[in-house]
Design a protein around this ligand. Structure first.
Ligand code: SF4
Length: 214
């Protein structure tokens, strides 16, 4: 039985990691490389989920997470499987599916940036983000930044965050960012974006900024 138990856990972790790695890293890399090949004057291609987190963490992620094995070693945590499974099921129940990757161009200080991403889906004219949280059932600041950015990216007036927790389901709505809000976010993008990010960062051992903060 021990052999079967190990096989079940390995299959679960391996399949989940491959799916997440392809969804979050391979797709991003291909898009960035292709975009930069065809549009030379772009200063940077930034994904929504990168712009709402530590700038340096993005560099680490792009450098260190090159295979699904790297993903398992650095990022994987069983809570991610629960979150993903719940998110998929809720999308199915609400009859929404992940839209294609989209992007928008924005000029900041005479330089061109591309903001890209794909939100969880839409309900009527609202862009939607679904989150599973095991303890708190309100959105974190970065969740709010994310939904406002997605609403801007998809040109919807509002965005909804649906939070599922073991005790409740809460829905919050936020107005979309304006161009000027997005410009401010790009110019204030820093490392880390929030002080508590370092505590859970998988790269903290190698990060000189983390060392300065403690
Ligand atoms: S340790 Fe902190 S500053 Fe360094 S990459 Fe991680 S989140 Fe960013």
């Amino acid at each position: 039985m021990e052999k079967e138990k190990i096989e079940i856990v390995s299959k679960l972790v391996r399949n989940f990691s491959e799916r997440s790695f392809n969804r979050y890293f391979t797709a991003k890399r291909i898009f960035k490389e292709q975009f930069k090949q065809v549009v030379n004057e772009v200063k940077d291609v930034i994904f929504v989920n990168e712009l709402i987190q530590c700038k340096k963490k993005r560099e680490f992620e792009m450098e260190r997470i090159r295979t699904s094995e790297d993903y398992i070693n650095l990022i994987f945590n069983p809570k991610l499987i629960i979150g993903d499974a719940i998110e998929d099921k809720i999308k199915e129940l609400l009859n929404i599916s992940r839209p294609y990757l989209t992007f928008k161009k924005i000029e900041v200080n005479d330089e061109t940036y591309i903001i890209a991403g794909s939100c969880d889906g839409f309900i009527n004219d609202y862009v939607v983000d679904i989150k599973f949280k095991s303890r708190i059932n309100v959105p974190a600041v970065k969740d709010i930044l994310q939904i406002k950015l997605y609403a801007w990216l998809y040109n919807t007036k509002y965005g909804l965050i649906i939070i599922i927790s073991p005790s409740t389901i809460n829905i919050f709505n936020y107005e979309a960012f304006t161009d000027s809000d997005v410009k401010k976010l790009i110019t204030s993008w820093k490392s880390p974006m929030f002080s508590e990010e370092c505590k859970y960062c998988p790269f903290k051992e190698d990060c000189d900024i983390f060392i300065k903060l403690i």
